[in-house]
Design a protein around this ligand. Structure first.
Ligand code: 6PG
Length: 463
């Protein structure tokens, strides 16, 4: 393992727990020394130099990287390349952009060095005790390390949360979309928090209880579970609760933005993810919002639902929006698979996301089942069970959003999920008008509903 930050170190210790002899290297000697200490009595080598690290490995070598995405990955590869031999394998386990991975696969293949992009999800604890792993690249290379990845991955019903996903950068692409869905679900949860706090007037303790209860039902998931824990956490520095001391400016490292950017290029609508990203951007500009608060008035927030009804409608609303968010991400994967030649198996992806990763949830089992029934499903919204589920939960989201709109509480991701549903379930959209407008002002032409061909109308009557 090159890169002994928390993720790299934890993944290495996880491998060691499964009886693999491992070696670690980091430019920071302190990290190497602490690995050495931790590795006492185990088959863990902390290498002082890159040369010592490479020499310690059995050939053909398997080298994992967990360094920050971007230049650091290229720098490590540059340093490693002269020390490697044909058939060696480098696995980049960070959140690299998939186009960087493609470039690296091609460049290293010239020297017969395999390069795999491997998405790893689950944060620090996942890496240590069982992440979800999304490997892509050469299948031959995967055969060499598949058993080790299976050993260290999370398990659901004894099934490992790892599978060979496809060629090239497919692993990093799938991880990118995983993170896009992660952005959407996190935003949905934040919106639920907002309405419960502002309209419901819930205390942190009540929020803790509500989320803990929700985690036993249909929206059971890792993100709901940690949200419950967050509301129960006291602050070490003051007497209050930690959540109230955290600045409301969300940051990001880029994977959500890349998902939206790529979806735009592939002409795949993923508004839940786009909206979650925009909400982070808006949150980050606290100064502007503070000015806005002084100038822009909203309605008086009034509770128009009793608390129990709000909590129950909100649970339905989150369930509904979670389905829509997964639907958009999975559809993007389907389209990207065709476009980039990844040959992704959506059932496998849903399966390995059921455990270990940040977006793991009870819902993923239904999504897996949907793809098991029809591997060519264009959208999970067209699966009978999930179509029925969104239909039966729509009333909740409509109720919640009408209260939020009246009270002036922003719920952009939920609104976008409902709007997506209301568009997706109609054969007709008002876009005939857009075509008419385009033709009116720019002679862009239009198609007709009653006959073939391309038409243009002289809209403005000449005097
Ligand atoms: C995971 C996470 C992980 C990381 C994100 C955070 O799957 O384990 O997604 O990859 O926490 O990169 O992303 P942002 O900093 O962009 O929120």
């Amino acid at each position: 393992m090159i890169g002994l930050g928390t993720m790299g170190r934890n993944l290495l210790l996880n491998m060691s727990d499964h009886s693999y002899a491992v070696a670690g290297f980091d430019l920071d000697a302190d990290k190497v020394n602490s690995l050495k200490k931790e590795g006492e009595g185990r088959k863990i080598l902390g290498a002082a130099t890159l040369q010592e690290f490479v020499d310690a490995l059995k050939t053909p070598r398997t080298i994992l990287l967990l360094v920050p995405a971007g230049d650091p990955v290229d720098k490590v590869i540059l340093g490693l390349k002269p020390l490697l031999s044909a058939e060696d394998l480098i696995m980049d386990c960070g959140n690299s952009h998939y186009t960087d991975t493609d470039r690296r696969v091609t460049a290293l293949a010239k020297d017969n060095i395999h390069f795999m992009g491997v998405g790893v999800s689950g944060g620090e604890m996942g890496a240590r005790f069982g992440p979800s792993i999304m490997p892509g690249g050469s299948q031959d290379a995967y055969e060499r390390i598949g058993a080790m990845l299976e050993a260290v991955s999370a398990k659901v019903n004894d099934e490992p949360c790892v599978a060979y996903l496809g060629p090239g950068a497919s692993g990093h692409y799938v991880k990118m979309v995983h993170n896009g869905i992660e952005y959407a679900i996190m935003q949905l949860i934040a919106e639920a928090y907002h309405i419960l706090k502002e309209i419901g007037g819930m205390s942190n303790e009540e929020l803790h209880e509500t989320f803990a209860k929700w985690n036993e039902g249909k929206i059971r998931s890792f993100l709901i579970e940690i949200t419950a824990e967050i509301f129960a956490r006291r602050d070490d520095l003051t007497k209050g609760m930690l959540i109230d001391m955290i600045l409301d400016s969300a940051q990001q490292k880029g994977t959500g933005k890349w998902t939206s950017q790529d979806a735009m290029d592939l002409v795949v609508p993923i508004p839940a993810i786009d909206t979650a990203l925009s909400a982070r951007y808006l949150s980050a500009d606290k100064q502007q919002r503070t000015e806005g608060e002084k100038m822009l008035k909203g309605p008086q927030a009034q509770m128009q639902m009793d608390m129990q009804e709000l909590v129950s409608a909100l649970e339905d609303a989150i369930y509904f929006s979670m389905i829509i968010s997964y639907a958009q991400g999975m559809t993007l994967l389907t389209q990207a698979s065709g476009h980039y030649g990844y040959e992704l198996k959506l059932e496998e992806i849903a399966k390995i996301w059921r455990g270990g990763c940040i977006i793991r949830s009870g819902l993923l089992e239904h999504i897996r089942a949907a793809y098991a029934q029809d591997k060519d499903l264009v959208s999970i919204l067209l699966d009978e069970k999930l179509a029925h589920d969104v239909y039966t939960h729509q009333q909740g989201i409509r109720r919640v959003l009408s209260v939020a709109v009246e009270a002036g509480v922003p719920m952009p991701a939920m609104m976008s999920c409902l709007a997506y549903y209301d568009s997706y379930r109609r054969a007709w959209m008002p876009s005939n008008l857009i075509q008419a407008q385009r033709d009116f002002f720019g002679a862009h032409t239009y198609h007709r509903t009653d006959r073939e061909g391309v038409f243009h109308t002289q809209w403005e009557q000449k005097q």
